[in-house]
Design a protein around this ligand. Structure first.
Ligand SMILES: C[S@@+](CC[C@H](N)C(=O)[O-])C[C@H]1O[C@@H](n2cnc3c(N)ncnc32)[C@H](O)[C@@H]1O
Length: 372
């Protein structure tokens, strides 16, 4: 966990200068270039470790500190990086002691040219970044000079991406630690002049405001009510709970020319997501057009690798036996008609009141779910 300093007492101005200096120093020494050599959507600690082992000097030290979770001697850091350690330590982003420095459960990545502090892979992360994060980044088309809203921002990769074309970006996040990290990322990328973070619950944080682009990677996995799961991933019984809340707020919060894009997954029968009828009714009632692009239907019966990994994650959090949890998952999915889980991108705009399913999923699928 980050220290309470980062949650509450963060000195935004002081830390912003240190973060800008850190970004410049890391760029100068080549750490940013190394990061761009790794697959962006996967945390592959073994690959990072193999690469670090091939290097000598400051680059190896920086990889050990910022990617591999190791403590490194302060004296081994490049002088410009060492110079910002006291400020970042005071803000809770680093820890120091006995001549060494280490990070509190964080890693520093650089997807799509943005510096991004996020949490090291963890069964119940609070500052999440993963393959779904980049699946949404890849699909974002924001209006040039417009106002963008990122709901469920986490560390903020979509909000940062929106800032490339949008004039103003508001990131909303309910977890104060993730919101603080999002502000840290904004400062590290020197984007405070056009971005802000609001701590709050979805549209409650932006009452009465209208946006040209709304994007969200919400908690998206289907989880039965009586089963515990990581908060960042629990999308309710069919996976669509938070997506419904986001859709229901669009008539009030999306501008006439605006578009909303959400990535997620939802139970399906292998062909049609279980929310398709509901989406049709919502589109007709709200005068919106909805396009649901499905890239994969993944088997979700008892014994499937999807259910095995869901029940293992729940078991790690609750301590209940994974086999017992898998039964609960399978029963609940079956009750809702979900033999599969469909991975989708949803795009909604004001229009003719129709919901359309665009199934581009491949018959013979690779391990990839967000692309075919
Ligand atoms: C799957 S993570 C996505 C984080 C980030 N957008 C990304 O794609 O890397 C979902 C995030 O939504 C936040 N969240 C959950 N419920 C929320 C709510 N009602 N309002 C705002 N944020 C919420 C969680 O704390 C978490 O950071």
């Amino acid at each position: 966990m980050l220290s309470s300093a980062l949650e509450a007492d963060i000195d935004e101005v002081a830390i912003a200068a240190d973060l800008r200096e850190l970004a410049a120093a890391l760029d100068r020494v080549g750490y940013g270039e190394i990061l761009t050599s790794f697959l962006p959507q996967k945390a592959q600690a073994h690959v990072w470790a193999q690469t670090a082992a091939k290097l000598d000097g400051p680059l190896r030290t920086l990889m050990e500190l910022f990617l591999l979770g190791r403590a490194v001697p302060l004296d081994d850091l490049p002088p410009r990086v060492a110079a910002v350690v006291p400020g970042l330590t005071e803000a809770g982003l680093m820890h120091t002691g006995q001549g060494g420095v280490w990070l509190p459960n964080l890693i520093l990545l650089r997807p799509m040219g943005q510096w991004l502090w996020c949490q090291r892979p963890h069964p119940s992360p609070t500052m999440y970044f993963g393959d779904d994060s980049l699946a949404l980044v890849h699909r974002m088309v924001t209006h040039r000079g417009g106002r963008a809203l990122d709901l469920c921002a986490g560390p903020g990769v979509q909000a940062l991406t929106a800032s490339i074309r949008s004039a103003r970006v508001t990131a909303v996040e309910i977890n104060p630690v993730a919101a603080a990290l999002c502000r840290t990322n904004i400062a590290m990328n020197d984007l405070q002049d056009r971005m802000e973070v609001r701590l709050g619950d979805l549209y409650h944080a932006v009452e009465g405001e209208v946006f040209d682009d709304i994007v969200s990677n919400p908690p998206l996995l289907p989880v039965p009510e009586e089963v515990q799961f990581a908060f960042v991933g629990d999308g309710g019984r069919d996976g669509f709970d938070i997506s419904w809340t986001i859709l229901n707020g669009l008539p009030e919060h999306l501008s006439d020319k605006g578009a909303c894009r959400i990535v997620g997954c939802v139970l399906s029968d292998g062909y049609v997501p279980v929310v398709m009828d509901g989406l049709g009714e919502w589109a007709a009632k709200s005068d919106f057009d909805v396009l649901l692009s499905v890239t994969a239907h993944v088997e979700a019966h008892h014994g499937s690798s999807f259910l095995r990994s869901m029940s293992l994650m729940s078991s790690q959090i609750s301590g209940r036996p994974a086999e017992e949890l898998q039964d609960l998952y399978a029963q609940d999915y079956a009750e809702l008609g979900g033999s599969h889980v469909a991975f989708y991108e949803l795009c909604a705009r004001r229009g003719g009141g129709k919901a359309q399913l665009l199934d581009v999923s491949a018959t013979k699928r690779s391990a990839e779910v967000w692309f075919v």
